[in-house]
Design a protein around this ligand. Structure first.
Ligand SMILES: NC(=O)c1ccc[n+]([C@@H]2O[C@H](COP(=O)([O-])OP(=O)(O)OC[C@H]3O[C@@H](n4cnc5c(N)ncnc54)[C@H](OP(=O)(O)O)[C@@H]3O)[C@@H](O)[C@H]2O)c1
Length: 336
């Protein structure tokens, strides 16, 4: 059977959908060179309508993955949205095992940027990414770890912000929150850059050299900015005057758990203290030029994205800020 150039996972999600659309519409990759996947067979018709092939691929079921990955040159391995780290690690193990069994030629793993090119971030969900990267390194597969910048689009999560919020409450840390900066990236631009890399191939970008034994390409925004700067961006975009208040971490967890509008549980806020400490320690501040090289322009900064989003929609929401979405309980303990 002839091989197919690309198999893309995660294409029903926000990032993967942008990657697929750009590969087709901007880079004119022939639809017959692409296989889209989902856990659900119900998604077949929406992809076949675009002319791309479709296969079911469920990270929880090795058999579906081995079947789906047959005769594939490039596998876009989107990290699972599962928030339970041991479960997510098992899912990712299945993907790697299936890629080995199916002899996939190259794996592009969509990882996350905490720790920059290093492995020192203590943040729970980043540890899970490190583990997957380690497994890829030891698998014998040819792979790239695309460490994606932190979504600016997810700002409600980082501030526990809702459109009704009058003041943003943050835990008081050392070093202080004002010094904890993130090189945010917008999800759409991350999709655009990834599509460009896949469609044109790595050889088209000799300036981008994967680093370390984990072949890391870091896709981070052009400027590291603090969460206080995001609050200012919300105020500018919505013409409001939200203040920032601080509480000692245990009091912050207590206060936030009392009546969180999104219904997130205590464990979520406890994990957020670890997240905040990581940010204050500089885990997400590294700016790398690869993202700009792939886009061919300066990427949006986090504050530019946030201001734009709240101007477009003053009631902006981010799904992961809500424990219940459409009646379904989301497992958001680690909440990336
Ligand atoms: N960089 C950041 O700041 C940031 C923020 C949030 C999340 N992330 C990570 O980046 C990924 C993509 O982000 P997104 O915004 O596009 O997420 P999203 O909109 O929630 O989409 C998640 C995608 O993952 C697929 N998926 C989830 N579990 C799967 C499983 N067991 N087997 C196969 N496919 C599975 C889903 O496919 P089906 O439902 O069709 O099967 C869906 O297409 C997330 O999954 C998460 O790991 C990164």
């Amino acid at each position: 059977m002839p091989s197919t150039r690309f198999l893309l996972t995660g294409v029903t999600g926000g990032l993967g959908a942008k990657i697929l659309d750009d590969m087709l519409d901007k880079h004119h990759v022939p639809a017959s060179d692409i296989i889209a996947t989902s856990r659900s067979e119900n998604n077949r018709s929406r992809f076949e309508a675009k002319g791309v092939q479709f296969r079911v691929a469920n990270y929880e079921r090795l058999d579906t993955l081995v079947e789906a990955f047959k005769n594939i040159e490039n596998l876009l391995f989107m990290s699972s949205s599962e928030r339970d780290n041991p479960k997510r690690n098992r899912e990712h193990e299945n993907v790697i095992e299936a890629a080995k069994q199916a002899k996939v030629k190259k794996v592009w793993y969509v990882s996350l940027a905490f720790g920059g090119f290093g492995d020192t971030s203590k943040i729970g969900f980043q540890q899970a990414h490190y583990e997957t990267e380690d497994k890829l390194k030891n698998s014998g597969l040819v792979f790239i770890a695309l460490r994606a910048g932190v979504y600016a689009d997810a700002f409600p999560l980082f501030l526990n912000w809702y459109s009704s919020t009058k003041s943003v409450l943050l835990p008081e840390m050392t070093p202080p929150v004002a010094e904890g900066k993130i090189a945010f990236a917008s999800r759409d631009e991350l999709g655009e850059a990834t599509a460009t890399l896949l469609a044109k191939g790595h050889d088209a970008f000799p300036a981008i050299k994967p680093r370390t034994e984990k072949n890391i390409i870091l896709l981070t925004g052009p400027k590291a900015e603090s969460r206080l700067e995001l609050v200012s961006a919300i105020n500018r975009g919505r013409n409001t005057n939200i203040a920032v208040k601080y509480l000692e971490p245990t009091d912050w967890v207590e206060e936030c758990t009392k009546d969180d509008e999104g219904g997130k549980p205590r464990a979520w806020f406890e994990a957020r203290v670890v997240f905040t400490q990581g940010v204050c320690d500089g885990d997400a501040e590294l700016v790398d030029p690869a993202f700009e090289t792939l886009l061919g322009r300066r990427p949006e900064t986090g504050t530019e994205t946030v201001e734009r989003l709240v101007k477009e929609d003053s009631g902006y929401t981010w799904h992961q800020n809500h424990a219940r979405q459409g009646g379904a309980e989301l497992s958001i303990l680690s909440g990336s």
